[in-house]
Design a protein around this ligand. Sequence first.
Ligand code: NDP
Ligand code: OXD
Length: 317
Amino acid sequence: MTTASDKGRVLLAISGYEPTAWLKAFAGRREATLAADGPGDPSIRYALTWRHQPDQLSGFPNLKAIFSVGAGVDHILADPTLPDVPIVRVIDPSLTQPMIEYIAWRVLDHHRQGLLYRIQKQKKIWHEPSQRPASDVSVGIMGLGALGTEAARILGALGYQLRGWSRRARKAPGVATFHGREGLDEFLAGTDILVVLLPLTAETAGLIDYALLRKLRRRNAIGGAVLINAGRGKLQKDADILRALDDGTLKEATLDVFEIEPLPKASPMWTHPKVFVTPHSAAGSDPDRLVPAMLEQMDALDRGETLENIVDRAAGY
Ligand code: NDP
Ligand code: OXD
């Protein structure tokens, strides 16, 4: 019979999330630890990470795989001392569902003039603005992966026109799809509300700049172009977004992610009237939901089977 110690230990190299909640989720299932017994600890077979310290994962001779606590893996790939073992990322309904709720909420709020109503309430103005249906509004989703395709499905059910942009050619029901740099301008030219659900890679860093925002459709049913970024902060240039909001290139923005997180107190984003700020909270990772799936994968690899949701290191996601 295989005992817990035969299976080795799982190192939890987690910051930004409460690590003890992850530790608890392993209790009685597989031995997990918040600290290895030194850099060459042979008992470490797996690592679970969120924003680990550089070097924290190197030098373990029996490490078989690294699991990201979230969907994005830029925090892992940024480590120059990363060992050459498979990296597994999260694709799970418990992460996808809150993300599509967030995207649907923010698209609807911008389309249904949430900002205008908040101002009207403040000023006690009883005025019914004109309102166009979702079928007149085009939502363009950058990133047609696990999250982007589900967001498209829900927004399609609400009646929005849909466009999607990806690295390689993709098909999604009811979505006009574009790919690569060659497809980007056409994608943007027909987009009223831009939803960013891209990973942060060498190719996507800084992509959301002023020049890109200028290419969105401004003469549209909602009276201007809108940006929603729930991908990563370093995809965007914060200063360019503020410039675009101030000169009318953008009508409004929702930002869940920022170049620097936590968003510094001095950032003008906090007080800008056209920016809706959330603190990188569009979709969080729940240890009680995610650890069972990770354990299944560890058991599968121990049996010699293959892992799922492996990161393509060359592509960076
Ligand atoms: P996926 O890997 O499933 O999808 C990524 C999509 O982006 C794919 O369609 C991919 O194209 C596309 N893409 C990647 N690089 C490029 C490029 N250079 N040009 C055009 N398209 C590109 O990721 P997920 O959908 O699971 O997650 C997306 C991101 O969302 C995560 O990486 C993470 O950063 C962020 N996230 C944020 C959260 C939050 O709380 N704010 C929560 C969870 C995730 P292709 O289809 O061709 O591969
Ligand atoms: C993720 C995140 O990548 O929460 O999962 O940002």
